[in-house]
Unconditional design. Structure first.
Length: 296
């Protein structure tokens, strides 16, 4: 069963514009969208953030992970990690709201890309108990009700409700404090991780992964590669190469499982010199060849 979506969740605008409230925000009941019969889009990267209260059973493919949803679940999605749902049960319900970074940028000091919930390596899936479900559902109901109102300051209220959802989720499962003391190694690490993150997910015809080695990143940052390596190791406990290989492996897994690209095309998109090089890299990291992994 496909999950219904708004037209703005595709890459085309409809006659009413891309979003309900211009180019920045929308909210809806999942039950209402199911009635439209629209097909949920493929495993792609969207250009907006999304928060969803999902009630029912389905499989969520998120990054290179597949997560079985069987309870009342609060979900957070960011523009940098592709996702899709499948194996829906007939009686799913809930709410969703979508918004772009600009929706907050001009009105609140809330930097979405610095919130742990929206970090690329986060797993922002929260199973809700009875009381947690009640509080979360009330907030979504307020969001949808305000969106349909004529109140002049409805979007200010909506922003406050979304902010409450974000901080409530972080209260449910506190994330490691990511606000480290501002110093040279921390700044270098933050910029490195941002550059690495921007390369993913990749698409075959939109350009290959260009920064593949620690030296590539050091040159882009105009620093010596030894300094970069020391900074990354000090701040994260992992080497620069480990970070790069983990992201390449995760992207390779996702492309093998969720795209129709052949192995040669995936190899090219990820910047490998040839398919044999990619095969060797993948098998060493995953303990299975790309073709075997795809069939599992």
């Amino acid at each position: 069963m496909g999950m219904a979506i708004q037209p703005w969740e595709t890459h085309e605008c409809n006659q009413d514009g891309e979003y309900r409230a211009g180019p920045l925000f929308n909210a809806y009941s999942i039950q209402e969208r199911l009635k439209s019969g629209m097909v949920y889009p493929a495993y792609i990267r969207r250009d907006f953030y999304k928060i969803m209260l999902f009630r029912g059973a389905a499989t969520l493919h998120f990054g290179d992970q597949s997560i079985a949803l069987n309870n009342d679940t609060l979900l957070f999605f960011n523009p940098r990690v592709p996702y899709k749902f499948d194996n829906f049960r007939e009686d799913i319900s809930g709410y969703a709201c979508v918004f772009k970074d600009e929706f907050f940028r001009e009105n609140l000091r809330l930097k979405l890309d610095e919130i742990p919930l929206f970090m690329p390596d986060a797993k922002p899936v929260f199973i809700l108990g009875t009381e947690e479900l009640r509080e979360t559902e009330v907030l979504f109901q307020k969001i949808v009700r305000e969106l349909n109102s004529t109140y002049d300051y409805k979007f200010e209220l909506i922003r406050s409700y979304i902010t409450e959802l974000i901080y409530y989720a972080m209260k449910l499962a506190p994330f490691r404090n990511t606000h480290k003391e501002s110093n040279g190694t921390a700044r270098v690490t933050a910029v490195f991780l941002e550059l690495l993150d921007r390369q993913f997910p990749v698409e075959l015809f939109s350009g290959r992964v260009l920064l593949r080695t620690p030296k590539d990143f050091a040159d882009r940052l105009s620093i010596h590669v030894n300094y970069l390596n020391r900074a990354i190791k000090t701040e994260t406990g992992k080497t620069t190469t480990e970070h790069i290989f983990e992201r390449l492996t995760g992207e390779a897994k996702a492309m093998l499982k969720h795209t129709s690209l052949n192995i040669a095309e995936i190899s090219y998109a990820l910047g490998f010199e040839d398919q044999a090089h990619f095969n060797n890299f993948f098998k060493k990291r995953v303990k299975a060849s790309p073709s075997v992994f795809r069939q599992v």
